[in-house]
Structure formats: C-alpha cells, structure tokens
Design a protein around this ligand. Structure first.
Ligand SMILES: C[S@@+](CC[C@H](N)C(=O)[O-])C[C@H]1O[C@@H](n2cnc3c(N)ncnc32)[C@H](O)[C@@H]1O
Length: 331
C-alpha cells in the first residue's frame, strides 16, 4: 500500500506542526472563515500532490464538494487551478446560510461582525463569558424563527452570530447536541478576530463561481456535469471506541451512510468523474480493521500522516493517518 512519507514534504510538515490554529496559510487571499472539525487546511500541501492530473492540466472545469464544512479544499482549488464552476453542499443549514450571505451580501455581514468585534473587545473576561452564553442561548432559540429555505434580511445577523460563536467558543469547535442545539462552551482568547474583513471580501469573490446548496451528499448525482472533480470529506468514522463525535448537525453519519457513500462513489466513477475521498484510518486504532479497504477495494487507497486538531487535550492530538481513496492513479 503506498504511503506518502517522502522527504519533499518535510519542510512543510514542520511548519504545519507548529501551527496551533486550524487555519493554514493559503497562496492567495481567501481561506476558510470558520474553524471546523475535520478542516483540511493542514493537509492541503499533501492533497495537492494527489489531485488528478487532468485538474493540473486544466482539463477539469467543474469541482464538487458535497461535505463542504469550512471548504479548505474548495478555496485551494478555486484559487490555484482553472475551474469555472463549483457545487458546494452540506447538510448543515447554518453553514449553508452563512456561505450564501457571504456570497450575496458580504458588506452587510461585515457591518454586523464589526459590531460584535467592538462590543466583545470592550468587555472584561467575565462579561465576555456572559455575552457568549447570551448569544448562544439566543442563537439556539432563534433557529425556530429562521426560514432556511428563503433568503432574507434575517440571515445577516444569523450568519454573524454563527461566525461570532465560532470565533469565540472553546477550541473553535462547532458542535450540536441531538436536539440540534449548539453547545460548545465559551473560549478564552485575548484578542479573537471576529471580523476578518479582508478575508470575507476575498471569500465572497471566490464564491462567485459557486452554487451553494443545503443538501444531502446523495443529491450530487442530480447536478453532475462531465469532466468534473469531486472531493468527499464525510464525517469521520470515530478513531477511538469511546469517541462518537457528532459535531456538525443532528444528523447521524454511521457505517450505513459510509456504505451508501461507497455505492455513490461507484456510480460516479462509472460516469467518468475524477474522485478523491478522505476519512480517518480505522487502522489507527485497530490494525486489523479493513472497513475502508473493503468498501473501496476497487480503487486506489493511500494513507497519509495527519494531525487531528479537534481534541481538547493537546496531548491527544498526536500523529495519525488519514486514508485517501482515488479512482485515478496518483504520482
Ligand atoms: C469532515 S467535515 C468536512 C470538513 C471540510 N473538508 C473542511 O475542510 O472543513 C464533514 C461535513 O459533512 C457534513 N455532513 C454530514 N452529513 C452529511 C450528509 N449526509 N450530506 C452532506 N453533508 C453532510 C457536515 O455538516 C460537515 O460539515
């Protein structure tokens, strides 16, 4: 089984290993505006070597990312390759609402975020906590008053509130409980950047080529175009027997969904799309666990070293492998 451990990655890995932030530098302006569990910023240097040759040769014009999250791979591809359109989906209503606001009305969002920045920076530590929990309560209550299917003025403060909570919560972790309530506790940062105006403007520009949709991953097949590249980053299979992380939404993503995704992968392969999928490697925990090796046995499987950043205990953020599945040969 090929693994990527060549020295050409060494320098970049050393740089990455010092970064405590989930964000990584991007070659150009726009980078993820949210911290997101499973964000792929730290793996982009390795991913770039694994993208299909046709993307590098400018023959692929359409990109799909059906598990969008913070969109690290989209921002990389949209700014460094020649794609003309992108289809970005996620099942998380709040996330999609926020992307759409940035795409259509970024300046209104920036106004709201500046107000958050100003208010928060004037508060002392204790009052910041109170403010955070007030916002969190309000955020959870207001979700019943939002029409997620109809773009409206009420989406601007909602998007600002999500970014505020994401920037100021503990570990930048977006986590909801089974009722769909955001329940991450307050963080303790000296000077969190709540309004990153330049980045938001750059993100808005990059999103001009995107169709953004709240959708289950299976819908991708309806929108499929020829000569496309699809990157799948589904919720991880838990890497430890005790971990059952349901960070993103109240929807579950169990082995059954992983199987359905593998079936879809096969269908899309037959339609000629170039496909790349990542997940946590179950062999991190049990060397005999062949779950992905079996369900993707007809494809090219690689394992690359990754650092998992979402654990609140820094000592548990050690080296683990990420599994990559492509339906094309990689260098
Ligand atoms: C591992 S994260 C993606 C992280 C992303 N690659 C990044 O760099 O931030 C998985 C995403 O899948 C979304 N998701 C979960 N179940 C889904 C489903 N059935 N269909 C579409 N998206 C889903 C979650 O809301 C979450 O944002």
């Amino acid at each position: 089984m090929p693994t990527i451990t060549k020295t050409k990655y060494k320098v970049k890995e050393e740089v990455n290993s010092k970064a405590e932030d989930l964000f990584q530098p991007y070659n150009l302006g726009a980078r993820p505006f949210l911290k997101w569990a499973g964000g792929k910023g730290q793996l982009l240097n390795k991913f770039q070597a694994l993208y299909p040759q046709q993307l590098k040769a400018k023959k692929i014009k359409t990109f799909y990312e059906p598990f969008l999250g913070s969109g690290a791979v989209f921002f990389d591809i949209a700014q460094n390759y020649d794609i003309e359109s992108a289809y970005l989906y996620d099942i998380n209503d709040e996330l999609i609402l926020t992307y759409k606001v940035i795409q259509k009305d970024v300046s209104k969002l920036i106004d709201f975020l500046y107000r958050y920045q100003k208010t928060y920076s004037r508060l002392d530590k204790e009052k910041r906590q109170d403010f955070f929990y007030d916002q969190r309560t309000n955020y959870n209550l207001q979700r019943f008053n939002i029409d997620y299917n109809k773009y409206s003025e009420s989406w601007f403060p909602r998007a600002a509130q999500l970014i505020f909570l994401n920037r100021t919560c503990f570990n930048g972790l977006y986590r909801v409980n089974s009722k769909g309530e955001f329940n991450s506790p307050a963080g303790d940062y000296d000077n969190p950047t709540i309004c990153d105006e330049n980045n938001l403007l750059a993100v808005s520009k990059v999103l001009e080529i995107a169709e953004i949709k709240k959708a289950d991953f299976k819908e991708i097949i309806k929108d499929l175009k020829a000569k496309s590249f699809i990157y799948f980053d589904p919720p991880y299979r838990p890497i430890s027997k005790t971990a059952s992380f349901k960070a993103y939404s109240k929807h579950d993503f169990a082995d059954n969904e992983q199987f359905q995704l593998a079936l879809l992968y096969k269908q899309l392969d037959k339609k000629g799309s170039k496909l790349m999928l990542s997940n946590s490697d179950p062999k991190n925990l049990d060397p005999n666990d062949n779950f992905f090796d079996e369900i993707y046995k007809d494809y090219n499987i690689l394992r690359i070293p990754a650092r998992r950043m979402i654990n609140s205990d820094p000592s548990k953020r050690g080296a683990i492998n990420e599994i990559i599945v492509t339906n094309y040969a990689t260098a």
